[in-house]
Design a protein around this ligand. Structure first.
Ligand code: AHR
Length: 330
C-alpha cells in the first residue's frame, strides 16, 4: 500500500512538473502494492520457530519494534521447517507486502523463492541467519551476528583455560540445527582456534537442534559412550541447559567435572553461569528488531543500505554473569 500511495504522489509530482524523470518509491523499482489500507508499511516476517529462549526473545523484540516503528507486521512461525518458511514467503508475495524479512532455518535452497520475491519487486532482508545464495542481489541486506567469530571466542576461552596443561582435553559438541548458519559457523570458528593444539580432541559431535530436550537426550548418549569428557561446547544455552540435566543425572557436577561453554546469554543460561554450572558464555544478541525496522523503512524508500550489518556482542565469565544478570533484558 505504501508503495501505491508513494507511486501516486510521484505520478502527480511528475505530471505537475512535466518532468519525465523516474524515481523508485519501492526500493526495488516499485510494485502494484497491496499492504495495509491505512498506508502503513507492511512487513511479512517468516520466523524460524520457537526452539529456544533466544528465539522467544527475538520474536518478542521484533513484534515490539514493529509496533514502535508504526510497521504492520505479518508474522509466521515455521516450526523449524524450511518448507513452512517458503510457504510463508510465497504467501507474503501473494499479499503484496512492502518488504519481506526472514531468518532462514537452513542456509541452502532459497534461490527460487528469493527470485520470486525479486520478480514481484518486493525487497527481502535477511535477519539473524544467512543464506548461501551466490546471487547476493536476491536480498537487500543481512542483519545479524558473526557466528564464526562466536565460535572463535568459545575456542579461545578454552585454549586460555588449558594453556598450562599438556594432557589431552576431550571435548563433546552439541551442534545446532543441521545445515543452519549458526551450527555451521560456530563449529567452524571453534575448530579453527582449537586445531592449533592437538591436545584438544573433539571426541563426539552431534546435533541437538538448538532445543533443551534434544540437548539432554544427546548428552545422555555422549555420557554413556564416553567415559572421560572434559568439556562440553554447546552451540546455544538451551542445549547446554538440557545437557546439565543429563550430567547431573549421571552423577557428575556440571561446571566442575565437565566444563561447559555455550552461546547466547539468555536469562536461564546466564543464571546457570552465575550458579557455576556453565563456565563461559559467548553472547549472541536476539535484539535485532529496532535495526531491522530502520533497514526496512530504508529499503522500501529505495535508500542504500549496507550489504551486511553485524550485531555487537560480548562474552561472559561467571563473575560477569553475576553482575549483568539484574539488568538483563531477556
Ligand atoms: O540463529 C540464532 C540461534 O538460533 C541461537 O543461537 C539459538 O538459540 C537459536 O535457536
Amino acid at each position: 500500500m505504501l508503495k501505491r500511495i508513494s507511486a501516486l504522489i510521484l505520478a502527480g509530482a511528475t505530471a505537475l512538473t512535466m518532468a519525465g524523470c523516474s524515481s523508485s518509491s519501492g526500493g526495488s523499482g516499485g510494485s502494484s502494492g497491496g499492504g495495509a489500507d491505512d498506508g502503513k508499511l507492511v512487513m511479512g516476517f517468516a520466523q524460524v520457530g520457537a526452539e529456544s529462549g533466544w528465539r522467544t526473545a527475538n520474536t518478542k523484540d521484533i513484534q515490539e519494534s514493529a509496533k514502535a516503528a508504526g510497521i504492520e507486521l505479518k508474522f509466521s512461525d515455521a516450526q523449524q521447517k524450511q518448507e513452512n518458511q517458503i510457504k510463508a514467503i510465497r504467501s507474503y508475495i501473494q499479499q503484496k507486502v512492502d518488504v519481506i524479512a526472514f531468518s532462514p532455518v537452513v542456509e541452502s535452497g532459497w534461490d527460487t523463492v528469493l527470485k520470486e520475491a525479486q520478480n514481484a519487486k518486493i525487497p527481502v532482508i535477511l535477519t539473524d541467519r544467512a543464506v548461501d545464495s551466490k546471487d547476493t542481489s536476491l536480498y537487500k541486506t543481512f542483519l545479524g551476528s558473526d557466528f564464526v567469530e562466536e565460535g572463535k571466542k568459545a575456542g579461545q576461552w578454552l585454549v586460555d583455560q588449558y594453556k598450562d596443561s599438556k594432557d589431552d582435553v576431550n571435548i563433546v559438541q552439541l551442534e545446532g540445527t543441521t545445515g543452519s548458519a549458526p551450527a555451521n559457523d560456530r563449529k567452524a570458528g571453534f575448530q579453527q582456534v582449537i586445531s592449533a593444539d592437538p591436545k584438544f580432541k573433539i571426541i563426539a559431535s552431534q546435533s541437538g537442534d538448538f532445543t533443551r530436550a534434544k540437548g539432554k537426550e544427546v548428552m545422555e548418549a555422549f555420557l554413556k559412550s564416553n567415559p572421560k569428557i572434559d568439556v562440553l561446547y554447546a552451540h546455544n544455552d538451551d542445549m547446554g541447559l538440557g545437557a546439565i540435566e543429563a550430567i547431573e543425572g549421571a552423577g557428575k557436577v556440571p561446571g566442575k567435572d565437565i566444563k561447559i561453554i555455550t552461546v547466547d546469554a539468555v536469562h536461564d543460561g546466564m543464571q546457570a553461569l552465575a550458579d557455576g554450572k556453565i563456565n563461559f558464555i559467548v553472547e549472541c544478541s536476539p535484539l535485532l528488531g529496532t535495526q531491522l525496522m530502520d533497514l526496512a523503512k530504508k529499503v522500501v524508500k529505495g535508500e542504500q543500505v549496507p550489504q551486511r550489518v553485524v550485531t555487537e556482542e560480548t562474552t561472559f565469565t561467571q563473575e560477569q554473569a553475576k553482575e549483568a544478570l539484574p539488568n538483563r533484558k531477556y
